[in-house]
Design a protein around this ligand. Structure first.
Ligand SMILES: [Fe+2]
Length: 155
């Protein structure tokens, strides 16, 4: 335990400086800020840009059962996503060779760094909602195919 001087001023809560998981989690908890934007689109995964600054983009996504991304990276970007409701499955390609599946339930988050290759699915019976943070935003994405024998190949 330590004493805080009386003249201490709390630093402003600048979310652009916070860890991307914190940004995603705080927005996930602040449903009133995005609930009016949420849609479910049976034709394609729903995406809505919630915030864009010089260094960051924040997106709201919804996933009906069966909807998924392609296998992709986010170039040199780092980021995170938090599942708000439902369950998502993340398929991660490690070292360009092996695959790992992560089940991400509501309240859980995943973090990624540059050149991270993954694919996200809603394999469950219920719709899912997630919030994604990318730094920087507008990073160039590459899509891939992964074959256990031939490895990772850009498409
Ligand atoms: Fe991604």
């Amino acid at each position: 335990m330590f004493a805080v001087p009386e003249n201490t001023v709390a630093a402003p809560a600048d979310l652009s400086l916070a860890h991307p998981v914190r940004v995603a989690r705080e927005l996930a908890a602040d449903r009133t800020s995005w609930a009016h934007l949420l849609r479910y689109d049976p034709q394609q995964r729903f995406t809505e840009l919630l915030d864009r600054t010089d260094g960051q983009e924040v997106w709201l996504l919804s996933w009906l059962p069966g909807q998924h991304t392609d296998l992709h990276d986010h170039g040199g970007a780092t980021g995170a996503f938090t599942v708000v409701s439902g369950t998502l499955t993340e398929r991660v390609i490690q070292h360009r060779t092996s695959e790992v599946l992560h089940t991400v339930v509501a309240g859980q988050s995943r973090v990624f760094g540059p050149n991270y290759v993954h694919q996200v699915h809603n394999d469950g019976p219920d719709p899912a909602v997630s919030i994604h943070v990318y730094r920087p935003g507008r990073a160039r994405m590459t899509t891939y195919e992964h074959d256990p024998l031939d490895g990772l190949r850009g498409t």
